[in-house]
Design a protein. Structure first.
Lengths: 394, 256
């Protein structure tokens, strides 16, 4: 029987070689997700190592400038390692350790998940190898060195389009080579069951904190949640807590690159079709023969041709809405937030900021938007300079 | 007994794999009947996929070459129809679930059956997910081949009980590709299958030399070779037919 479905999406589409590994992971997760000791250990790490809870910041200047809804930023950029990715990496590496694994492997796009995994591995004394598309190792060179500093071995992936999708392919291949002592720390709410559930659960701390923080600040729930979506982990982490709250609307922002009317985008919901790839049934950018399309975004972290199965289902049911945001809009938002609030957002998160700028002015002043500021933008400064034609050296 | 299972009734079977359209479908159309002549008992035709996660670098590159040459699923169906006029050798398609699903699972399997395909091997569709294709395979008379791996352990009985055609025994962990040594206890794996069901077993992944093929044929009813053949296609391009056929003859002799 197929397991791990979200409506028609999800499932466990992996080679037989990996089936026992995903089953073993599922059994371990079912045990430890209900284990008080494990939860306490993880909670302590969140508080003493990551710096949680992350702030929920009222962006007063941005709110006044846009003249509509009150805007709050969930400051995942303030976490240790600079993004929400650490929430999942600590959870999974701790789980792997409990399972008796001694080595972790992971894919990375922008490098945020790779850095988070390398960090958790260093902390917990695990061997760590990271697979990163060669193109991404070039546009995020600093993160490569960062991972190496943390003791990880970084493998540039030269197959296919040399980006995130190919890094996932290569990490899955490596996992089939060595499952006995190795856990694959998948970085988003994607892949075969139980990964979409595990990653969502580890990220759901974002939404849980937002609930108590906004109730304390405003005495009511937000009207709208906005987050960027590649695979969709920071969005799922924010949305999950509020799925049963019909008054809370949700918008995921996908990367439209040069525009969804060009072939240079990564807008899976806007332009993709149903498929089965990377272990899951979901929507993918692909051709009529099921060949996965090369995708493009200025943001290496959103440059992925698929989307997590739970998001695909939220789209089908209409519970969440997904909108495309272009490179240009994201870069403008990157600069806007830097100047307006003195916060340099990751180029991924800038996609969410960009959409808020479009819709906040038309909303009432009594309404509340929470934007997930999933990461900080330091890693993107050189790339944005290049985008604007300024040559600087990292 | 299906045409596929019947392959194994005449002694040990040699099962070569090639990627359709590498370097071009016109070559594939000549190569398959020639391999059958040279002693291939069943031929696996790979439908190229952009992201073949179970493949090593040799078959990844073959898929990329074939796609670059303009190979599509529809063109492959047309080629197989022409191949069927030249040879009656049993044929299996090997491809990933996405090209089948996106084409339309029923449409794909119906077309495959109509152009003379006997079996289907889908490496990223485990036992738990086979309902995606099984009903259509039953309806149109195509054997859906099950795979077992060195890590399958207690899953082997469950998989074997519902297997048809033959069981594809993955010799080693990892992806496809030539290996110097195969260390898995294949004898035990195959005994477990045979205890559950009387069905032929063929070993694949990592086999390239006649010596390895001879050794593997002690345990199994057939030997599958992919990367070693695809390497010849990469090396000789459009002139690959003779070198591949002489390799097929050598391998077939080694297991006979």
């Amino acid at each position: 029987m197929s397991k791990g479905r979200f409506g028609q999406h999800g499932g466990q589409f992996v080679p037989e070689t990996l089936m026992n590994a995903v089953e073993e992971l599922l059994a371990a997760y079912e045990k430890y997700s209900h284990d008080e000791e494990f939860q306490k250990e993880l909670q302590t790490l969140h508080e003493t190592y990551t710096g949680r809870p992350s702030l929920l910041y009222y962006a007063e200047k941005m709110t006044k400038d846009l003249g509509g809804a009150k805007i709050y930023l969930k400051r995942e950029d303030l976490n240790h390692t600079g993004s929400h990715k650490i929430n999942n990496a600590l959870g999974q590496v701790l789980l792997a350790k409990k399972m008796g694994k001694t080595r972790v492997i992971a894919e990375t796009g922008a490098g945020q998940h790779g850095v988070a995994t390398a960090t958790a591995a260093a902390l917990m004394g695990m061997e760590c190898e990271i697979y990163m598309g060669e193109e991404d190792t070039e546009r995020q060179a600093l993160n490569v060195f960062r991972m190496e500093l943390l003791g990880a071995k970084v493998h540039p992936v030269t197959s296919g389009t040399r980006t995130l999708k190919d890094a996932v392919n290569e990490t899955m291949r490596e996992w089939t080579n060595r499952v006995e002592d190795t856990h694959y720390v998948l970085g988003s709410v994607m892949g075969p069951h139980p990964f979409p559930t595990i990653v969502r659960d580890f990220q759901s701390i974002i939404g849980k904190e937002v609930r108590s923080q906004i109730l304390k600040a405003e005495g009511k729930l937000p009207d709208l949640l906005i987050a960027c979506v590649g695979g969709g982990s920071n969005a799922m982490g924010l949305f999950y807590e509020f799925l049963e709250e019909p008054s809370v609307k949700m918008i995921g922002c996908e990367a439209a690159g040069h525009g969804i009317d060009t072939d240079q985008h990564a807008a899976t919901i806007s332009k993709g079709t149903l498929g089965i790839f990377h272990g899951m049934k979901s929507y993918f950018c692909q051709d009529e023969y099921g060949q996965i399309a090369p995708v493009y975004s200025i943001s290496a972290g959103l440059d992925y041709p698929g989307i997590g199965p739970e998001h695909a289902n939220l789209h089908d049911s209409g519970r969440a809405q997904y909108v495309p945001v272009t490179d240009n809009e994201a870069v403008e938002a990157f600069e806007y937030l830097s100047r307006m609030e003195g916060i340099i957002p990751a180029i991924e998160s800038s996609h969410a900021i960009a959409h808020a700028r479009k819709i906040a002015p038309a909303m009432g002043k009594d309404q509340i938007i929470v934007i997930n500021l999933s990461g900080r933008g330091d890693k993107d400064v050189a790339a944005i300079a290049r985008y604007k034609g300024v040559q600087i050296y990292e | 007994m299906s045409r596929v299972a019947d392959v194994f009734s005449k002694g040990k079977a040699f099962i070569p794999f090639i990627t359709a359209g590498d370097p071009h479908l016109s070559v594939t159309e000549e190569l398959i009947p020639a391999m059958a002549e040279a002693g291939a008992d069943l031929i696996e035709i790979g439908i190229p996929f952009s992201d073949p996660v179970a493949e090593g670098i040799v078959i990844q590159e073959a898929d990329a070459r074939a796609l670059l040459a303009g190979t599509t699923t529809d063109k492959i169906f047309e080629s197989v129809k022409r191949i069927r006029m030249k040879t009656s050798v049993p044929l299996a398609f090997m491809t990933y679930l996405n090209p089948i699903f996106v084409y339309g699972s029923e449409r794909f399997i119906k077309n495959a059956a109509e152009c003379g395909i006997d079996a289907l091997i889908v490496p990223d569709m485990p036992f738990e997910e086979k309902e995606e294709l099984k009903p259509y395979c039953n309806q149109y008379g195509i054997d859906l081949i099950s795979l077992i791996a060195p890590t399958s352990n207690e899953r082997i009985r469950t998989i074997a009980a519902e297997a048809e055609g033959f069981v594809y025994c993955v010799s080693s962990m990892g992806v496809t590709g030539v290996r110097k040594e195969i260390t898995t206890n294949l004898g035990d794996m195959i005994s477990l299958v045979k205890e559950t069901k009387n069905i032929p077993c063929a070993i694949g992944f990592g086999i390239s030399t006649p010596e390895q093929a001879a050794e593997m044929s002690q345990y199994a009813d057939g030997v599958i070779v992919g990367s070693a053949i695809v390497k010849l296609a990469a090396r000789y391009g459009a002139d690959c037919i003779e070198p591949i056929c002489s390799y097929v003859r050598e391998m077939k002799a080694a297991i006979s």
